[in-house]
Design a protein around this ligand. Structure first.
Ligand SMILES: [Zn+2]
Ligand SMILES: [Zn+2]
Length: 125
């Protein structure tokens, strides 16, 4: 059995898919698993959820950003293949992300990549 539970409260009914980086902030993150968070209706749409609570929204975003920096921690530039592997994404998804990024001799710049994934900005604590 494969059922979803709320990542905040553990409830297993009415689970919704939240995009940590909203589709409006970065459409290229709409199908990327690392951007997914499963929440029940209350934890998603309620007063303490990321859509009504800015602190919660930012908390999720910082956590995602940290995860990305951890994934891409070994060097400054990555090839398309390495990016696809690290993010576990298809060629099509990768090209949506990478088409707007500059390609350097060494590959794609990690900071530019993470900034793109985060919706065009790096979040500072
Ligand atoms: Zn919940
Ligand atoms: Zn949501």
């Amino acid at each position: 059995m494969n059922y979803l539970v709320c990542e905040e409260c553990g409830r297993n009914e009415g689970i919704e898919l939240h995009h940590i980086i909203f589709k409006s902030q970065s459409p290229c993150m709409a199908n990327i698993e690392i951007n997914f968070k499963y929440l029940c209706y209350k934890c998603h749409r309620g007063n303490d959820g990321p859509h009504l609570n800015r602190v919660k929204d930012l908390e999720y975003k910082y956590r995602l950003q940290n995860k990305l920096f951890e994934k891409f921690s070994s060097k400054a530039y990555y090839t398309e293949e390495e990016i696809r592997k690290l993010l576990k994404i298809s060629k099509g998804e990768a090209s949506k992300i990478l088409k707007k990024l500059k390609v350097y001799k060494e590959g794609y710049c990690k900071i530019e990549l993470i900034q793109r994934l985060m919706g065009g900005r790096i979040y500072a604590k």
